[in-house]
Design a protein around this ligand. Structure first.
Ligand code: PLP
Length: 476
């Protein structure tokens, strides 16, 4: 009998029943399949003004739950037309952000399992699959043994290359004496390094003046002799070189720093070497690109992003360390509420000690789905098709008297400009983008405006790249 004086216990919200979830899930996957089948027919850049998307949404949330059909309808009519179509085969901007059907489904399973993998004990499979699949990836890419999990080092998945580099900066800082030594520590990277390196150095508590910008050679790669001179000068001033960040595949032009020589200079003074290969690293699944790994057997850490060019959805940045101890020394803090027998036994990896945040998603699933679905042969075919298409495009640029290459061809990245100068180059970029068929972004090299064509989209084929070359011929 209910007591009229006592309010009824709250019953919680109405969840989808398993059958309702199944139907909504099928409808969602159908929607994604249709979206991908039609993405090439959408304009790459939405024609929207700031605020247009918000103006299409109700100002307040619904108080009563809506039907799932209504939600999916709004995704179709309001959201999908208002995203930049990164999965369009004519998207050549920035660097690619690969997505693929197996990866999408891996994400779905990860969300469905709903685990939080901060510790081994909070989900053993989340940790062990990650360790295992990163060993697979190391094998597929031919990485040196020092990055395998059977030694003191191993791999971990970070959300981004920026975060991976930050971990390297923190570990290097602390290995060189930490906060007490901080004012005397110096970090070195080239003027072509990604902006995330400067940001990471600042986040780690260094002042801007503690980041030494090393000059580059004529091909935009770090000048290792200049590095050696800067290191010597700092040593002579009583300063402590603590970290060199080399880039394999720079953002602006795909230049490759001479890692072996850099490692030689750094190891002579005990400085940490981190290699940022965020984009180019995916190409190492192909043995013909193993030169990108030169010198890696002498560095402390290495990162690349399968979420750029290896068919795996953002976020999936593979971060490898030769020795995890300095990382844990910087990042491990153990409050009582996280203590557990498995961690205390020392027999498990707790990946929270290998990253800045505590919580972590089950990201290894999508990489596992991708590697099993495509196999290493499929991954190689993906890279090879793009590298070959980019080489053809570069030939067409060289054959066009109104265009010139602005940097050496690097894997799938073609950098070009109009021979008539910056204004003509800017106009060409705007004209190509306004066709809606292709989308490019730009950079500056030696202070000159450069169009970048990053060939690497999941659905981009030689035909799409040829079409871009035709557009250059028509519009240049
Ligand atoms: N490093 C390089 C060389 C890059 O090209 C990029 C992005 O393009 C990054 C780092 C940053 O990557 P993320 O977005 O994963 O932080």
């Amino acid at each position: 009998m209910t007591d009229p004086m006592m309010p009824e216990a709250p019953s919680g919200p109405d969840h989808m029943t398993p059958d309702e979830f199944r139907a909504a899930g099928h409808a969602t996957v159908d929607w994604i399949a249709d979206f991908l089948a039609g993405v090439a027919d959408r304009p790459i850049m939405p024609d929207l003004a700031p605020g247009d998307v918000r103006a299409s949404l109700p100002p307040s949330p619904p108080s009563v739950g809506e039907s799932f059909d209504a939600l999916l309808d709004d995704v179709d009519s309001l959201i999908a037309p208002a995203v930049t179509q990164w999965q369009h085969p004519g998207f050549f901007g920035y660097f690619p952000a690969n997505s693929s059907p197996p990866s999408v489904l891996g994400e779905l399973v990860s969300a469905g399992l709903g685990v939080q993998g901060m510790l081994w004990s909070t989900s053993p499979a989340c940790t062990e699959l990650e360790t295992h699949v990163l060993d697979w990836l190391a094998e597929a890419c031919g990485l040196p043994d020092r990055f395998r999990s059977d030694g003191p080092g191993g791999g971990v998945i970070q959300d981004s290359a920026s975060s991976a580099s930050l971990c390297a900066v923190l570990a290097a800082r602390d290995r060189s004496g930490g906060s007490e030594a901080l004012p005397d520590l110096r970090v070195y990277t080239s003027g072509q390094a990604h902006s995330s390196i400067e940001k990471d150095v600042l986040v780690a508590g260094f002042g801007r003046h503690q980041l030494r910008v090393v000059p580059v050679d004529g091909d935009y790669a770090m000048d290792a002799d200049a590095l050696a001179r800067m290191v010597d000068a700092d040593l002579a001033d009583g300063l402590v070189p603590c970290l060199v960040v080399a880039t394999v595949g720079t953002t602006s032009s795909g230049a490759v720093d001479p890692v072996a020589r850099i490692a030689e200079v750094a190891s002579a003074v005990g400085a940490w070497v981190h290699v940022d290969s965020a984009w180019a690293g995916s190409a190492t699944v192909c043995p013909e690109h193993s030169d990108l790994l030169d010198g890696l057997d002498r560095v402390d850490s290495y990162a690349f992003n399968p979420h750029k060019w290896l068919l795996t959805n953002f976020d999936c940045s593979a971060f490898y360390v030769a020795d995890a101890a300095p990382l844990a020394a910087s990042l491990s803090i153990v409050p009582d509420y996280l203590r557990n027998a498995a961690s205390d036994s020392g027999e498990v990896v707790d990946y929270r000690d290998w990253q800045v945040p505590l919580g972590r998603r089950f990201r290894a699933l999508k990489l596992w789905f991708v590697m099993r679905s495509y196999g290493t042969d499929g991954l190689r075919a993906h890279i090879r098709a793009h590298v070959a298409a980019a080489a053809t495009l570069a030939d067409r640029v060289r054959a066009n008297p109104r265009l010139e290459m602005a940097a050496p061809l690097s894997l799938g990245l073609v950098c070009l400009r109009h021979v008539d100068g910056d204004e003509a180059s800017e106009r060409l970029l705007a004209d190509v983008n306004s066709t809606g068929e292709a989308f490019l972004t730009h950079t500056k090299l030696d202070d000159r405006f450069v169009l970048r064509v990053a060939v690497g989209g999941t659905w981009t084929t030689a035909t799409h790249v040829d079409r871009l070359a035709d557009l250059f011929d028509d519009l240049a």
